[in-house]
Design a protein around this ligand. Structure first.
Ligand code: SAH
Length: 350
């Protein structure tokens, strides 16, 4: 057994050849022993980054209202699945459940399912949901992939900052055509021949030197999600940083203790992500797509300012509202996209 992720990666690459960035990302984040998400709690002040539900309870509360509204539009089914993908510390789900306590019949109907690979975070999720335990919160089912998620009941799905953690690959245009960026046994970047058909026609002719990102696992996730929604009926909300139009550029990034660092340093200790290409997700979906819209506009449309006004005795509410919705903070970089299947469902906020 190797003693560190660096040794493990070097041995692996020496034996099998250079790995693409997607493979690097999934090993650095998800290696069972050394992977970033597998061994620590990355969130908050003492961690590496902060997410919207960790900034303020308002985020989860208005999303709870969005979910309750969709559930009512679906005809208030007496039993339904509420799935969160990549729930982190469980804060968002706890806030959603607290905010929906007053919605008649909702807690009796809900079955909570969480998609999570990290044992550490599963433990924190369990704790967060047990704190204010209701019957609904007591019964949580975890999944490591979408395959095991039940499809016998209507479903509502939420994924905040989940897709950015799924692997991305980078292709680069050179004088000899398209090649793929890889990582060699010295843990340096290299290039290897690639298939230009990985790139859609409109981007084939990009200038030499340009980088183009593809994320087949994100596309696959959206396709599988659409399959589940088509089978069961329901809606999904996908929130992440990213762009509405596909474009060239390198957005692969590492964050360590709230600072951007070199992606090849602090391996296994830094969070690795890339911006989400919402245009590609939209193209992959074969059901109703809502948005993508900017997070600031979405949160305002579903009532975050009204919620802030109620809470505003607390000093930090105003600054949290700004952080979540202002365009120079999270309001514009983050996008929100909805998916739905079922004729009466018209989700709020778009
Ligand atoms: N939604 C949370 C956490 C975002 S961080 C929040 O907003 O605070 C990403 C989350 O996705 C973590 O819980 C991480 O463990 C999980 N995750 C990352 N890759 C995953 C994968 N391939 N399958 C399931 N969960 C994954």
């Amino acid at each position: 057994m190797p003693l560190s992720i660096v040794k493990y990666l070097k041995d692996h690459i020496e034996a099998h050849g250079p790995i693409d960035i997607g493979q690097f990302m999934s090993l650095a984040l998800g290696h069972p022993q050394f992977g970033y998400y597998m061994k620590k709690d990355p969130f908050g002040r003492g961690g590496d980054f902060t997410t919207a539900p960790e900034i303020s309870q308002m985020f989860g509360e208005v999303i709870g209202a969005w979910i309750a509204d969709v559930w009512i539009q679906m005809g208030s089914p007496a039993a339904f699945t509420l799935l969160e993908c990549g729930p982190g510390r469980g804060t968002l789900m706890a806030d959603i459940l607290r905010a929906t306590k007053g919605v008649k019949g909702f807690h009796e109907a809900v079955a909570i399912h969480l998609l999570e690979i990290s044992p550490v975070l599963k433990g924190l999720q369990q704790e967060a949901l047990q704190k204010n335990q209701t019957p609904a919160q007591a019964a949580v089912t975890w999944h490591e992939g979408l395959e095991t998620v039940p499809t016998d009941k209507p479903i509502i799905v939420i994924a905040n900052e989940f897709l950015d953690a799924l692997p991305v690959r980078q292709l680069q245009k050179t004088a000899k055509g398209w090649v793929e960026r890889v990582i060699d046994a010295n843990l340096h970047f290299g290039l290897k021949p690639s298939f230009s058909n990985l790139i859609s026609k409109e981007f084939q002719d990009l200038q030499e030197g340009k980088i183009f990102e593809i994320a087949p696992l994100r596309i696959q996730f959206i396709r599988e999600l659409c399959g589940i929604l088509k089978h069961s009926g329901g809606a999904a909300l996908v929130i992440d940083y990213g762009h509405v139009k596909t474009g060239a550029g390198d957005t692969f990034q590492a964050v360590y203790k709230h600072q951007y660092v070199n992606v090849l340093e602090h391996i296994g200790d830094a969070d690795l992500t890339s911006h989400v290409d919402f245009a590609a997700l939209r193209d992959a979906a074969d059901i109703n797509v809502w948005g993508p819209v900017e997070q600031g506009a979405f949160l305002k449309a579903i009532g975050i300012e009204q919620r802030a006004a109620i809470l505003s005795q607390k000093a930090d509410v105003e600054s949290a509202l700004k952080r979540l919705t202002d365009s120079d903070q999270m309001g514009s970089l983050f996008k929100v996209m909805g998916l739905s299947y079922g004729k009466n469902i018209s989700p709020a906020g778009f």
